[in-house]
Design a binder for this molecule. Structure first.
Ligand SMILES: [Zn+2]
Length: 381
């Protein structure tokens, strides 16, 4: 680990950016592990950024989250970055945006936004521009409407583009809506989109690996990067974990946090092995330690498809075995694959066999009841 940390991250940094509003479940841990491995395997640094601007954030959750990551063997460079300590910097950039005339006040209530967001002809969650071109007297009426509430007008960015596209390293081509996104919310808090874009740029984050629930926000964030003169990082959005019913895994689904699983007999090493297995790592055909240097250099450019080809030729078939498993090769379902022991029980070994081109592109559906039975029952071999 020390040897890695002394390398200059000339390719910039990866990052993981948790919100300390509760304990992680295994889906969060899986995404963190993937973000870490993608950064480390490409010679990037790795930053831990605590997104603690939300009023639900608690220092005790932050502490527990960082403990969980460390327990799995995920490390990061330098001290954690706390967004709550960066308000002055956000204020500066916000002020320059304000002076540029690109921001306008929005008086819409949450209820009003919810009713327009559900309109059938609009992409979900996009803003229809209600307050974009109001007259001064209409603006005054909007301010009057909010008077007596504890909210100020939100400030939105006037955007020219309607949509934006990217080639995601994991999911391929994506085109999504760009709307007039909120820069500062009505409660005075800077928006997630704004501060994450600023932080990524100012901390030289060149690779963003995160859950695919954030894919629809990505064209907006890239638009903001362009506007602020920041380079676009590469993106890899990872399919999330689903419960047995096919819904996104949540803590109410059962014992899914590291602490809950520890009580059921899961050690940190078991969890690493579980997560590696869920990614079909350690199967026949996956990279061995010697293949890694060839396999890891591919994720800088191009789609997942071309990366896979690169890994396959450079790494003696490193990418092809895992990719075959990921698409359901050899007649084995993803759920069954995830129950075979990978033998990968620590993050150093995980990194040695990690091949970003061979990651599954479909979500992992996990049987939480079976998980609760412990590793001795979960693993089938
Ligand atoms: Zn509005």
């Amino acid at each position: 680990m020390n040897e890695k940390n002394t390398k200059q991250p000339i390719l910039g940094n990866g990052r993981f950016a948790p919100s300390p509003t509760g304990d992680f479940h295994i889906g969060n841990l899986r995404t963190a592990l993937l973000a870490w491995a993608c950064a480390r395997s490409t010679g990037r640094g790795f930053h831990m950024r605590v997104e603690d601007l939300d009023e639900r954030s608690r220092p005790e959750y932050c502490l527990r989250q960082l403990e969980d990551l460390a327990a799995l063997g995920i490390d990061w460079d330098g001290p954690e970055l706390y967004q709550s300590q960066r308000i002055d910097r956000y204020e500066e950039i916000f002020t320059s945006l304000l002076k540029s005339g690109r921001l306008y006040e929005c008086y819409c209530t949450r209820k009003e936004l919810a009713s327009v967001a559900s309109a059938p002809h609009r992409p979900p969650g996009s803003y229809p521009g209600t307050c974009r071109d109001l007259t001064e007297s209409e603006r005054e009426a909007g301010r009057e409407k909010l008077r007596g509430t504890n909210r100020e007008p939100a400030l939105r960015l006037r955007t020219d583009a309607l949509s934006g596209e990217l080639v995601d390293q994991q999911l391929g081509y994506y085109c999504g809506a760009i709307d007039d996104l909120v820069i500062r919310r009505g409660d005075g808090v800077f928006s997630y989109n704004f501060v994450s874009v600023v932080d990524d740029a100012e901390y030289n984050v060149t690779q963003i690996v995160r859950g695919d629930d954030l894919l629809p926000s990505t064209p907006r964030q890239m638009h903001l990067q362009d506007l602020l003169g920041y380079p676009n990082p590469v993106y890899a959005h990872m399919p999330l974990i689903l419960n047995q019913a096919g819904a996104r895994l949540a803590k109410r689904d059962g014992a899914v946090t590291l602490r809950q699983l520890a009580e059921l007999g899961w050690s940190s090493a078991d969890i690493v092995e579980l997560l590696a297995s869920s990614l079909y790592m350690g199967e026949a055909g996956c990279a061995t330690a010697g293949d890694v240097s060839a396999a890891v250099s591919v994720s800088v450019s191009g789609s997942g498809g071309t990366s896979g080809a690169g890994a396959g030729t450079g790494g003696a078939g490193a990418g092809t075995g895992g990719a075959g498993a990921g698409t359901g090769g050899a007649g084995t379902s993803g759920a069954d694959m995830a129950r075979k022991r990978s033998g990968i029980r620590d993050t150093a070994t995980f990194l040695n066999v990690f091949d970003p081109a061979a990651l599954p592109r479909e979500p992992w559906r996990v049987n939480v009841e079976l998980l609760a039975a412990g590793p001795a029952v979960w693993f089938t071999d």
